[in-house]
Design a protein. Structure first.
Length: 608
């Protein structure tokens, strides 16, 4: 019996597994049969006791049989899918040789086997990131995220805010903007000598800005024997007349205007100061074919450009237009001035210049001054405008722009030329609607008149009576001290300061409306003025301004001597009055079937 119960094992096998070699993969290891417990793992140790106590073996076999029977019962009474392999049962119950280990945790429950729970040897505190202040890190991360989102939102809002509100075509600073011509000696006097000066111009920079002025044009500021009485007889074009101030005062005035976004243009009275332009000497070499030996105009422009001047009106240049060297000099002057500065000429230059020089003139000047014969009546005026609109100046996009003037330092005051008291307002509103750059002579915006010499004490300067001292409302500083007489004193008619509001509105409308500030449109390579005289008779003229896909406007001006009443619905139907005809007028709808205007009145209408 004892021999039957003895199990023959190889020398290298032992009866149970040690802790260090026990398999931890019970699920892939098949259970051994109940009648043969064979250790598949060979043992290197040779001196192991091979004997197993028969009583122990019998107890173990019985125990295994009981487990098998219990497994069969549980299998028959429950779903087979819930049964655990015997090896798993042995492992989970620490059967036989598997001791309990700190790394293997089981939970025994009747009728249900709990899964193994594995733990790590290293505790959480051994990892370096576990010691970080995660509460603070989360707060910082949240705030950083919110800050970035707010910053991105702010950038988007700023980009939207800075987008242009309007997509109007862009022009140069001298194109379409208002120019204001001033005789400096008749603007404010600050040193008490009765003659205006540069400091007075600086004091009135805000007035110019409120009027909508973009370009300030100064008449002659140069030294003469008796300035301002003989201001045209200059002895130098680089020295300033003493009553106006010195070069420092001039620099301060220029800087003041520039801070107000007002550019400065000087009149250069070249005739009769210059008898000839200069001399050209032909030099044939590799570098140049024409070398300028003597160019006084070029030297003068270079001098004033260094002082901050933005352009020049070449006054009297028509006396040199017939010269063979005139085109070469003109090209050189434009090169000196540059593309961002301007040269202005009178239309008389184009009338007297030879045809061979005309193209050179067009390519090297920026503005052409045109005097509007406002006193000649609407019929002549409409023909005058039509001829200008169809001239070469509007035939190409790169042509010089028109500089429209109703009066200047060489003409009679507009208020004295027109036959009605309020004519300056109606004429100025018409001027604001012309295609090109309008130029207002100082005082015309308030209806300033020439001085009246009742006693004949000023007959020696009668040719200067139209250069009357400028007036301002009583709330502002006047021309000079009350106890002093201006250099050009006399009796003057009253002026109308309430016209300023309407003229300022017209300037603003002009700067915001491409149909008004642009001078032409280009369709299929053909350039044409975007202005047309719709209707004209002895009393009234209707000027139409338009631009593609923009609002169109008309100005109705009664420049005659009688009241005008007529039906113009044949040409236009209806619109809305924007400006005029008087400062007291209310904005309302207008039907062209019943038009009524008094002499001197103008009204600007938005066409429906």
């Amino acid at each position: 019996m004892e021999g039957l119960l003895r199990v023959q094992n190889p020398v290298t096998a032992r009866s149970y597994l040690g802790d260090d070699t026990t398999s931890t993969c019970a699920l892939i290891t098949p259970s051994p049969p109940t009648n043969a417990l064979i250790n598949p793992l060979p043992e290197e140790q040779e001196n192991i006791d091979n004997y197993i106590n028969p009583d122990e073996l019998a107890i173990k076999l019985k125990h295994m049989k009981d487990i098998d029977q219990s497994d069969k019962k549980s299998t028959s009474s429950s779903n087979c899918s819930l049964a655990e392999p015997p090896s798993t049962t042995l492992l989970n119950n620490h059967y036989l040789h598997m001791p309990k280990d700190e790394n293997i945790v089981t939970q025994e429950a009747p009728g249900k086997v709990q899964p193994l729970q594995m733990t790590f040897k290293n505790p959480p505190e051994n990892y370096f990131f576990m010691k970080w202040n995660w509460i603070l890190i989360r707060k910082i991360s949240a705030w950083m995220f919110l800050s970035i989102m707010v910053a991105m939102l702010g950038i988007v809002i700023a980009m939207i805010w800075t987008l242009p509100k309007k997509c109007n075509p862009v022009t140069q600073w001298y194109q379409g903007n208002l120019m204001y011509e001033v005789f400096p000696a008749s603007f404010p006097d600050t040193n008490g000598d009765g003659i205006g000066d540069f400091k007075g111009l600086s004091l009135k920079a805000n007035y110019l800005k409120s009027l909508g002025v973009r370009i300030l044009r100064l008449n002659s500021i140069f030294v003469s024997k008796d300035y301002p009485d003989d201001y045209k007889n200059n002895t130098s074009l680089t020295k300033i007349a003493t009553p106006l101030g010195d070069i420092k005062d001039f620099a301060i005035m220029v800087n003041t205007m520039h801070t107000k976004n007002i550019s400065l243009v000087l009149d250069l009275p070249l005739w009769p100061y210059l008898k000839k332009l200069g001399h050209l000497e032909e030099k044939l070499n590799l570098n140049s074919t024409n070398a300028i030996v003597d160019d006084p105009v070029g030297d003068i422009t270079e001098f004033w450009l260094e002082k901050g001047v933005d352009g020049f009106f070449l006054q009297g240049i028509e006396h040199f237009a017939n010269s063979n060297d005139f085109p070469k000099f003109l090209r050189r002057w434009k090169k000196i001035v540059g593309q961002d500065k301007i040269l202005i000429i009178d239309e008389a230059v184009l009338n007297v210049a030879p045809k061979s020089s005309v193209n050179t003139i067009y390519m090297n000047v920026d503005l052409v001054k045109v005097n509007v014969p406002i006193e000649e009546g609407t019929l002549k005026l409409s023909n005058f405008f039509s001829s200008i609109f169809n001239s070469t100046l509007f035939s190409k996009a790169n042509m010089p722009w028109i500089l429209w003037t109703l009066g200047d330092e060489s003409s009679v005051r507009m208020a004295d030329r027109l036959p009605y008291k309020n004519g300056t307002l109606g004429a100025t509103l018409l001027q604001m609607m012309l295609p090109g750059t309008p130029c207002i002579f100082y005082g015309d915006e308030i209806g300033l008149t020439r001085i009246i010499d009742l006693h004949g004490d000023r007959k020696d300067v009668e040719h200067l009576h139209h250069l009357a001292p400028m007036k301002w409302e009583q709330t502002e500083r006047q021309f000079t001290r009350k106890d002093l007489l201006p250099w050009n004193h006399g009796i003057q008619a009253t002026v109308s300061f309430n016209q300023l509001e309407l003229i300022s509105k017209a300037v603003i409308l002009r700067s915001d409306s491409p149909a008004i500030y642009l001078n032409s449109i280009n369709r299929d390579g053909v350039n044409k003025a975007n202005a047309e005289v719709k209707y004209a008779n002895d009393e009234i003229m209707v000027l139409h301004r338009w631009y593609p896909r923009r609002k169109s406007y008309v100005v109705l001006s009664n420049l005659g001597k009688n009241r005008f009443e007529a039906d113009l619905s044949k040409y236009l139907y209806s619109g809305e009055i924007i400006i005029g005809p008087t400062p007291e007028s209310k904005l309302e709808s207008l039907s062209f079937k019943n038009i009524s205007l008094w002499p001197g009145e103008s009204v600007i209408v938005f066409v429906n």
